[in-house]
Design a protein around this ligand. Structure first.
Ligand code: 21W
Length: 226
């Protein structure tokens, strides 16, 4: 899969996407991640990307020309163009799975300044928000989406992790985990986990996952299709 990110701050992306599973997906060729500075698509001496809003008001607005030129240069026939925006569809695991099915994503990161509406109207297929809180720009949301999508690419997780994932990602919170020692500062590991009775352990874990989900995230049980 190829992911292009259009941003005013490509340097934000170094670090989170250079470690762990995402880094392995990149070096193995599973993920072709390209960070593109929107300023590369300006032509004036000052590399102007924004301008004052028509109608007045505070702040600046991202100009349409660099965004149109960049998207038209980068997109192909199969490209899904996304814009990170607080006004977007709330990101969740179902959307991550949808996005992982595309061959090419192009993500536009807005900033606190708005984006000219004509970009949204004619270039963007889908706007995505990561939740109801205000950030300074779309860079961190883009990284979160890239992370969640990358781990879903076939082969991105080791065999071990992916088969584990199957067993507990049925839309419930995880059951409690323990490792050695069997007793730590007077706190004991539940007996069933030491028993060796595999069927009993599976049953206990399923119960614990349900109890936990009911206590902490009852919303996940109401529409349990994630
Ligand atoms: C914050 C963009 C506020 C736009 C007048 C001038 C992307 C995000 C973002 C940001 C506004 C996401 C304004 C959850 C987020 C993002 C920056 C509104 C302010 N008025 N998901 N400027 N939260 N945030 N315009 O903030 O780009 S996905």
């Amino acid at each position: 899969m190829r992911i292009d990110v259009l941003t005013l701050f490509p340097e934000m992306f170094t670090g989170p996407l250079d470690v762990s599973i995402v880094q392995r997906a990149r070096t193995s060729g599973l993920l072709d991640l390209r960070l593109i500075n929107l300023r590369d698509y300006t032509h004036d001496r000052h590399k102007t990307v924004d301008d004052r809003p028509f109608g007045g008001g505070p702040g600046m607005v991202l100009k349409p020309e660099p965004l149109f030129e960049a998207v038209e240069a980068l997109r192909g026939d199969t490209t899904r163009v996304l814009m990170m925006s607080p006004a977007g569809r709330k990101f969740d695991q179902a959307l991550a799975r949808e996005l992982a099915g595309h061959a090419h994503l192009l993500m536009i990161c807005g900033s606190y300044e708005g984006v000219d509406e004509r970009v949204r109207e004619s270039l963007v297929h889908e706007e995505i928000s990561i939740g109801d809180f205000v950030l300074t720009n779309g860079g961190l949301p883009a990284m979160m989406v890239i992370d969640a999508v990358t781990r879903l690419l076939p082969g991105a997780l080791g065999d071990d992790a992916s088969s584990q994932d199957e067993s507990f990602s049925h839309g419930l919170l995880e059951y409690p985990h323990y490792t050695r020692p069997a007793e730590f500062r007077g706190m004991k590991v539940p007996e069933v986990l030491l028993s060796g009775h595999h069927a009993e352990i599976v049953k206990w874990r399923r119960e614990q996952a349900l109890l936990r989900t009911a206590a902490k995230r009852p919303d996940l049980l109401e529409i349990n299709k994630k």
